[in-house]
Design a protein around this ligand. Structure first.
Ligand code: KG4
Ligand code: ZN
Length: 335
């Protein structure tokens, strides 16, 4: 059988990524992050689209160069088709379609959420099937039974905000600049989580809700600021620790419940919030105490990256799951 070599493009939000996979091995994974949004306190969609436009060609060049692959050797071009910001998706998709057309090779349309989960199949050790995956990204929080590559069953999800939004929105309340989640994580590591207490959201079954939690943080901060205008500055590390602790406990409680309900003991996490130090540590502790096997992707494969698009595309290629030139990105789509 000849080699399967795929170039993948990821442009769903504010990072432009390109990766090359050859027969299941990632040869290159390049990401250009956009610092432009820091000034605005969040991702500005139109600025993101323009930055993708500037980054996509250099990033692809670099990925091919690192991989040592000539474009003529490519078997297919993969792209993120959604979910994401439509302007950002259009840049990646238009580039991918043009490149595939010029090289006369097939296109592969990849679901960004599926790809976050498929990132677990990049490095050894890999979970065996079926495994339970907590997918925690900026827009999604889901508990999934992964039955086989590309075969998912959602058994729980958020009814409002995602865990990533809970981090980002509470970080904003504290005046922590974008990107809120990673910065809150850093400060939390220097704090004590027992000084301030926030109620854990109580939601039935395996579902989640974080919007009430965000409101309780807001009310608490407003009340304390009336008593002491310097309250946030004086308590920042402990506040971050308490927020992180509450979000992590909420997530891990549901993971334990899902293990109990399904009987599955292969457990994994994926998505940007899987980079959170508190979540990683708590799950590592629980896996030792409760005896389940834990799989966490390397940091670079948790947050948005093209390697996860490439590995997903590799499996789609083997199933002859190709897209045609009429493909258009879709901003809202589930697993
Ligand atoms: O998966 P991702 O990179 O993009 C989406 O597909 O949404 O996830 C981004 C989310 C953001 O909400 C970001 O704040 C959060 O992941 N995040 C973190 C950490 N790193 C990224 N949240 C908490 N702690 C972190 N270390
Ligand atoms: Zn993502």
């Amino acid at each position: 059988m000849s080699d399967i070599i795929i170039l993948a493009i990821e442009s769903s939000c504010d990072d432009t990524g390109a990766a090359v996979v050859a027969n299941g091995n990632i040869l290159a994974n390049v990401v250009a992050s956009q610092s432009i949004h820091e000034k605005w306190g969040g991702v500005v969609p139109e600025l993101a689209s323009r930055a993708h436009m500037q980054h996509v060609v250099p990033v692809v060049h670099e990925a091919l160069q690192i991989a040592g692959i000539d474009k003529k050797d490519l078997s297919a071009i993969a792209l993120t088709a959604g979910p994401g910001l439509i302007g950002s998706l259009l840049v990646g998709a238009t580039f991918a379609k043009s490149f595939a057309l010029a090289l006369d090779i097939p296109l592969i349309s990849v679901n960004h959420l599926q790809a976050h989960v498929m990132a677990l199949l990049i490095d050894e050790p890999k979970p065996s099937f079926p495994f339970l995956c907590l997918l925690v990204s900026g827009g999604h929080t889901q508990l999934i039974v992964v039955k086989a590559p590309l075969d998912f069953e959602i058994i729980g999800q958020t009814t409002d905000d995602a865990a990533g939004e809970a981090f980002d929105k509470t970080a904003k309340i504290l005046g922590i600049t974008y990107p809120g989640g990673p910065l809150l994580d850093k400060l939390a590591q220097k704090g004590n989580h027992t000084i301030h207490k926030f109620p854990k959201p109580q939601i039935a079954e395996l579902d989640f809700s974080f919007s009430g939690f965000k409101t309780s943080v807001l009310y608490y901060i407003e009340k304390q600021k009336k008593l002491n205008p310097n309250f946030v500055a004086e308590n920042i590390n402990d506040l971050c620790a308490a927020i992180q602790y509450t979000i992590v406990e909420t997530l891990t409680d549901k993971v334990l419940k899902a293990i109990e309900q399904t009987g599955i003991t292969q457990v994994a996490i994926a998505g940007g919030v899987a980079a959170n130090s508190g979540l990683r540590q708590k799950l590592q502790l629980l896996s030792q105490q409760k005896g389940f096997d834990l799989y966490i992707p390397a940091f670079q494969y948790c947050t948005d990256n093209a390697a996860m698009i490439a590995i997903t595309a590799q499996y789609q290629y083997m199933k002859n799951d190709f897209a045609d030139q009429s493909l258009a990105p879709y901003p809202r789509v589930s697993l």
